[in-house]
Design a protein around this ligand. Structure first.
Ligand code: HEC
Length: 110
């Protein structure tokens, strides 16, 4: 019993060390999405906003967007596409990658 307990300690420590950084990355991306993207794409990614509708922003949760590769989405965010502004000058490449992960984690359409 004691041995098992001792073996669990390092696992516990590892989890404590790893979790906050994972959650931090998520909340950074959430913040970045909120400041840079929600005015067009909406907090849920639906694009159901006034500028989103005017510019025909795609639903970020749709298959059309989700089936694209990470690299392709990365490029759209960095270089822009149509009415979608380029964010390469404003958002660091690392954070663009996190935004792509964030888009993948948006709850699906109801
Ligand atoms: C000014 C409004 C606007 C803002 C701000 C904006 N977008 Fe977009 N976004 C668009 C429009 C419009 C499209 C559709 C572009 C097209 O297909 O011509 C689009 C498309 C996309 C796509 C899908 C591209 C594709 O090929 O289907 C992704 C992913 C995306 N935006 C992510 C983001 C992210 C991440 C941000 C914030 C960093 C953001 N957008 C900010 C308007 C915006």
């Amino acid at each position: 019993m004691r041995k098992l307990f001792l073996r669990l300690i390092p696992v516990g420590i590892l989890c404590c060390l790893a979790l906050p950084s994972v959650m931090q990355a998520q909340s950074d991306a959430a913040k970045s999405f909120k400041t840079n993207c929600t005015q067009c794409h909406g907090a849920d990614g639906s694009g159901d906003t006034v500028p989103g509708k005017a510019f025909h922003a795609k639903d970020l949760r749709s298959d059309e967007v989700q089936k694209q590769s990470d690299a392709a989405l990365d490029e759209v965010i960095t270089k822009g596409k149509g009415k979608m502004p380029a964010f390469g000058a404003k958002i660091q490449p690392d954070d663009v990658t996190k935004l792509v992960a964030y888009i993948r984690s948006l709850p699906p359409k109801k």
